[in-house]
Design a binder for this molecule. Structure first.
Ligand SMILES: [Fe+2]
Length: 226
């Protein structure tokens, strides 16, 4: 669905600094390579029905992608989460795939390296803004609490996620430990000292959400042990 992600980023960062528009163009080229590589892999290894793949792609691109935020800072926070989630997802699937399909594992780990750089750029931009002014946290609340992957517009997305959680090492437990918790700690959200009432409320809401997901995760781990 790259055309829509690109159009969102292009719109959001219009008239931003040169470094941002350079980054968005490089990002687009790299994500385009990723999707081509994954599609080529599926086709040459005969792991996909080409007709179904092309129908699905058409449906997804036709449905577009319209997130409920257009503020540049909110977008930076969203892409931080999304890039880290993608990075973790590729590495976790590579780990499970490795004994069965070395080439797939190598391919996914190679893509994960690009994702690590995408993630670092967005993550550090957000961090720099929070250091300038912790009141910027108001722009992150909605994005963090309502995060869902851009691929969520895909048909049968929840069924696909269940399969991946059960068989491919990436589900809600990993999302908390390896994505949300990592970012909340990196941005040091619990120790920010915002001055505006709105920002204090956003900080409290994010930490409440983080705590709730942690309790759900702990309960799930207990259940798994039993
Ligand atoms: Fe990426």
């Amino acid at each position: 669905n790259l055309p829509w992600y690109t159009s969102h980023l292009d719109y959001t960062f219009k008239n931003s600094m040169e470094v941002i528009s350079d980054f968005v163009r490089t990002w687009t080229a790299e994500e385009d390579q990723h999707s081509n590589l994954l599609e080529t892999y599926l086709l040459v290894t005969r792991n996909v029905n080409p007709t179904r793949l092309h129908e699905l792609r058409r449906r997804v691109v036709e449905s577009g992608w319209f997130p409920d935020f257009t503020n540049p800072l909110a977008t930076m926070a969203y892409t931080s989460l999304q890039e880290l989630a993608t990075l973790v997802f590729y590495n976790n699937v590579a780990k499970i795939a490795s004994p069965h399909d070395k080439d797939l594992a190598t391919l996914l780990r190679r893509l994960a390296k690009d994702e690590a750089l995408h993630y670092a750029f967005y993550r550090d931009t957000v961090k720099a803004h929070l250091e300038l002014d912790p009141n910027f946290i108001v722009y992150f609340e909605n994005v963090i609490i309502n995060f869902s992957m851009p691929g969520a517009v895909m048909p049968d997305f929840n069924d696909r996620m269940k399969t991946i959680a059960a068989d491919a090492n990436y589900g809600p437990l990993q999302y908390f430990d390896q994505v949300l918790d990592v970012i909340v700690n990196y941005w040091d959200i619990s120790n920010l000292q915002p001055t505006s009432e709105d920002a204090k409320q956003s900080q409290a809401n994010i930490m409440k959400y983080h705590g709730r997901l942690k309790r759900i995760k702990d309960r799930q781990l207990e259940k798994n042990k039993r």
